[in-house]
Design a protein around this ligand. Structure first.
Ligand code: IPE
Ligand code: IPE
Ligand code: MG
Length: 227
């Protein structure tokens, strides 16, 4: 049996709040630690021979339901983190992209996002996509609505291409923290992906664990409906 190739890895980075709570810290400390982990994982993926795209779920359309102080903190953290990570993108040759409704963010944060995208657009080792204010049902509904408005036929191909993630299908999805659900993440793009759920909380996730998961993925039997 031939080995599976991993081109597109997606991760639901979950468990920051529980990580902090277990240490007697406020939830926001977990978000800070979680943000740091992204650098290691991005480096690993940029240096990996076959990974082309890393998509990370950072803020869902449902996360606005959280207390205002936590949402405000996450917005400030994202702004600070992006500016601070610019050298990281350059060092690892990673291009920064996003999916989700960025228009829902403050003009200042939108500006930072646009600026980091522009400054990293030439990098080719890895595309790192952050899902920000992202919800899959909304993404699909909006894509269908755009096609309908243009009077175009809605087919698997046209709808798939109209989504904001016209990158290659996801090969492997990892969710940390033990939860086994999608939480409105990439429903369309995950149709034939392999799933891996780990109990590790995101701030404790390591490249060693990632490597183990990838090695396990490589040997899985992906049949895509065939035999
Ligand atoms: C994931 O960690 C990060 C975001 C959703 C922003 P959580 O904040 O959901 O952590 P738990 O699930 O409460 O532990
Ligand atoms: C999903 O995690 C969203 C992100 C990781 C950004 P949540 O913690 O928000 O999901 P639920 O509420 O457990 O489904
Ligand atoms: Mg959570």
């Amino acid at each position: 049996m031939s080995k599976n190739i991993l081109r597109h890895l997606a991760i639901i980075m979950d468990g920051n709040g529980r990580w902090a709570k277990r240490r007697g810290l406020i939830r926001t400390k977990g978000h800070e630690k979680g943000a740091d982990i992204i650098r290691d994982i991005t480096q690993y993926c940029a240096e990996h021979k076959t990974i082309e795209t890393l998509t990370l779920y950072a803020f869902s359309t449902e996360n606005w339901k959280r207390p205002k102080y936590e949402v405000d903190f996450l917005m400030r953290l994202l702004d600070r983190w992006l500016k601070q990570e610019l050298p990281t993108y350059h060092r690892f040759g990673a291009r920064f992209e996003t999916i989700g409704d960025i228009e829902g963010f403050s003009p200042k944060l939108q500006e930072t996002i646009a600026s980091i995208k522009a400054q990293t657009a030439h990098h080719t080792n890895l595309i790192q996509i952050l899902a920000l204010n992202y919800g899959s049902r909304s993404e699909i509904a909006k894509a269908a609505s755009r096609l309908a408005k243009r009077g175009e036929e809605i087919t698997e191909k046209s709808l798939g291409e109209e989504l904001t993630t016209p990158y290659q299908d996801i090969d492997l999805l990892i969710r940390t923290s033990g939860e086994q659900r999608l939480s409105n993440f990439l429903l369309w793009q995950l149709s034939y992906s392999e799933f891996y759920f780990t109990k590790t909380l995101w701030p404790d996730f390591t490249t060693e664990e990632l490597e183990g998961i990838i090695n396990q993925y490589i040997d899985r039997d992906r049949r895509f409906g065939g035999v």
